[in-house]
Design a protein around this ligand. Structure first.
Ligand code: PEP
Length: 254
């Protein structure tokens, strides 16, 4: 069976103390059974990564950064490198979140560089793709996602590509309370898996972890996760409350 992941993206929320409290609340609630259902990842704000890793490593979960530089090191004031993220114990990094694309002008060409640097530094890139509402309404959603995935990821060799996690996050579903229906998610995940199969072969496609993100919560997670091509979730708002986040993990049947 391919891997399953539930990752919480805390975005720019929580003070250090609040973050520590939430991490311990999650750690105390997580059972062995939860950890068998999915790999659990928390992506806190970067200043808390080291503290979060200390809690995570004792409690069977992982940490990730929400973003990283496309440069290795040097005079890039304010940026955070893949090596820095890796050096504080993080195993994952979110690349190309729609908020980065919309507010910071990140393009798929830039994301292609970030993915490569993440992999070079032993970080698993969680590459986000997804269409805007007007693109879906115009029937362009498949073409948009295809271009994002192909431009940012299809230059990778087999070994590197095998390590990448893809997150389908329709922009219209992020933070809106309107999730993609399980059928819409399945349709797009299956489309992405087929793209992977065409480029990298059937085995790679079957093993590729594809997460859903966009207003996923403890109520709708089980229907989304029951879809054959949905391998877990990238969770924003609902990852800020331990009970809700745990409820999402428990959305997997077994
Ligand atoms: C996200 O930001 O990746 C996300 C999925 O947000 P939300 O769950 O709040 O829609």
């Amino acid at each position: 069976m391919r891997g399953r992941i539930v990752a919480g993206n805390w975005k720019m929320n929580k003070t250090f103390e609040e973050a520590e409290d939430l991490l311990y609340e999650i750690a105390e609630s997580l059972t062995e059974e939860d950890l068998e259902k999915a790999t659990v990842v928390i992506c806190p704000p970067s200043p808390y990564l080291e503290m979060a890793h200390d809690v995570a490593k004792e409690n069977g979960f992982y940490t990730g950064a929400q973003n990283m530089s496309n440069k290795e090191s040097g005079a890039f004031t304010g940026e955070i490198s893949a090596a820095m993220i890796s050096s504080v114990g993080a195993a994952f990094v979110i690349v190309g979140h729609s908020e980065r694309r919309a507010y910071f002008g990140e393009t798929d060409e830039l994301l292609c560089e970030k993915v490569e640097i993440a992999l070079k530094n032993n970080l698993v890139p969680v590459f986000c793709c997804g269409e805007r509402l007007e693109e879906r309404n115009a029937g362009a959603h498949f073409a948009v996602v295809k271009k994002q995935v192909q431009t940012a990821l299809f230059n990778l060799g087999d070994e590197d590509f095998s390590k990448v996690v893809i997150a389908y996050e329709p922009v219209w579903a992020i933070g809106t309370g309107v999730n993609a229906t399980p059928e819409q998610a399945q349709e797009m995940h299956n489309f992405i898996r087929n793209l992977v199969a065409e480029k990298f072969g059937k085995k790679m496609a079957e093993e590729k972890i594809i997460l859903y993100g966009g207003s996923c919560n403890a109520t709708n997670a089980s229907a989304l996760f029951a879809q054959p091509d949905v391998d877990g979730g990238l969770i924003g708002g609902a990852s800020l409350k331990a009970s809700e986040f745990l409820g999402i993990i428990r959305g997997f049947d077994k």
